[in-house]
Design a protein around this ligand. Structure first.
Ligand code: ZN
Length: 206
């Protein structure tokens, strides 16, 4: 799996109630509303373990998310973890002016991505847990059970509204606990099923 092939990163916003709440945003209801997507350019993907932050933002925040890889048949084939790095100051400004989020979400290096693991090794998306540890402290914990829109619904929505292409990536949203990262921070993340560890990622912020 070569992440450099990836063309588009389709990212859902507010897919965990706990994160929508901390952002003081409305919590979507999957029975009455549709998921809300934004785009990160595929060239934002960074598979190196070093994260460099843009000089123009004073508040780049981590959002740990489950990432899903799209195969030639436009189905999910692999799973990983990604950081949807967000320049929160630029995003707040954009929100206040009603402008797009491109700068805050799609800057160079804004999508550090872990290793891809085949979904054949995972029985289902039910009850996968993931955690982000910053400087040895647990800062974000998520469980796929808490997703408002499930992976299948996200895929259906993207397929029916956007030009989804093979090797694209779907980011499935972040749980609560987003906060700033700064030079010198170390980040590690794990993805687990009920009985085994699926993958681990490690990043150093330089
Ligand atoms: Zn996100």
């Amino acid at each position: 799996m070569n992440a450099l092939l990836s063309k588009n990163v389709w990212a859902v916003g507010r897919n965990y109630a706990s994160h929508a709440q901390e952002m003081q945003a409305e919590i979507p209801d999957s029975s009455t509303s549709e998921p809300f997507f934004f785009l990160k350019a595929g060239s934002c993907i960074e598979t190196d373990s070093k994260i460099s932050l843009p000089a123009w933002s004073a508040d780049v925040q981590h959002e740990i998310e489950i990432a899903l890889w799209i195969d030639e048949n436009l189905n999910f084939s692999h799973i990983s973890l990604a950081l949807d790095l967000t320049a929160r100051d630029a995003q707040k400004l954009a929100k206040s002016k009603g402008l797009p989020w491109t700068l805050s979400k799609s800057f160079s290096g804004s999508c550090p991505l872990g290793p891809w693991v085949s979904l054949e090794e995972i029985s289902s998306f039910e009850s996968l847990t993931f955690e982000l540890i910053k400087n040895n402290v647990s800062v974000q914990k998520g469980n796929t059970q808490d997703m408002i829109f499930k992976p299948k619904q996200l895929l259906e929505y993207v397929k029916s509204h956007f030009p989804l292409a093979p090797y694209d990536v779907i980011l499935t949203g972040t749980p609560q606990g987003v906060a700033g990262v700064k030079s010198g921070d170390t980040l590690s993340a794990t993805l687990q099923s009920e009985n085994h560890k699926i993958l681990t990622c490690h990043w150093d912020v330089i």
